[in-house]
Write a protein that binds this ligand. Structure first.
Ligand SMILES: CC(C)(COP(=O)(O)OP(=O)(O)OC[C@H]1O[C@@H](n2cnc3c(N)ncnc32)[C@H](O)[C@@H]1OP(=O)(O)O)[C@@H](O)C(=O)NCCC(=O)NCCS
Length: 159
């Protein structure tokens, strides 16, 4: 398989999982461009994915998913061990991911910084408008309902 085929297979796999996971952004916004970490099984098929997005004041870890067939096998630790950034943060309400983040040295934080916040507000507003345009009300309602449960975890080179 050439790398273009690899990328399109990865994207199909990622979209199929994002469709089921309402905490994530809509699958129509899935991209394999940019910085992403992918774990694979012995046949080269993807098992886990994390996107690393530049938020101007650090990297946001997002679209963090493990294939349902591979959950509970420690793949979240593998993904996090590959994050290489001097300032990285992640918003999640998933207890497994929270536990994996703490084990990887991330600490609970309450504010990602002014510059990161501006970037996050702009990007989240864009995603919200896109979901409205796509009539993705199920995802919108799910995310608004769970908004108070998302917690921020952060790791800097000083941690
Ligand atoms: C969250 C997710 C990525 C975790 O991946 P995973 O590979 O199955 O997780 P792991 O097997 O590495 O387990 C992570 C840790 O969670 C812990 N854990 C398991 N169940 C737990 C629970 N109910 N509460 C707290 N911690 C729990 C485990 O102890 C494990 O740590 P250990 O390996 O040191 O024992 C995966 O469940 C997933 O893709 N969920 C759907 C998408 C999602 O919600 N992503 C987060 C978006 S914000």
């Amino acid at each position: 398989m050439d790398s273009n085929n690899d990328a399109s297979t990865d994207l199909i796999w990622l979209k199929s999982i994002m469709k089921q996971e309402l905490d994530l952004k809509p699958p129509s916004l899935a991209r394999m461009r940019g910085k992403a970490i992918i774990t694979r099984d012995e046949n080269g098929s993807p098992t886990g994915h994390a996107a690393l997005t530049n938020r101007w004041q650090g990297i946001e870890i997002n679209t963090f998913v493990v294939d349902p067939a591979y959950r509970g096998k420690g793949i979240s630790h593998q993904l996090l061990s590959k994050v290489d950034a001097s300032r990285a943060f992640c918003y999640t309400r998933n207890k497994k991911l929270q536990s994996a983040l703490v084990k990887a040295g991330y600490r609970r934080a309450f504010f990602p910084g002014v510059v990161s916040s501006v970037n996050l507000i702009l990007s989240r507003t864009g995603i919200f408008l896109w979901m409205l345009l796509m009539f993705d009300f199920k995802r919108i309602i799910h995310q608004i309902k769970n908004l108070p449960n998302y917690k921020l975890y952060m790791k800097t080179k000083f941690d």
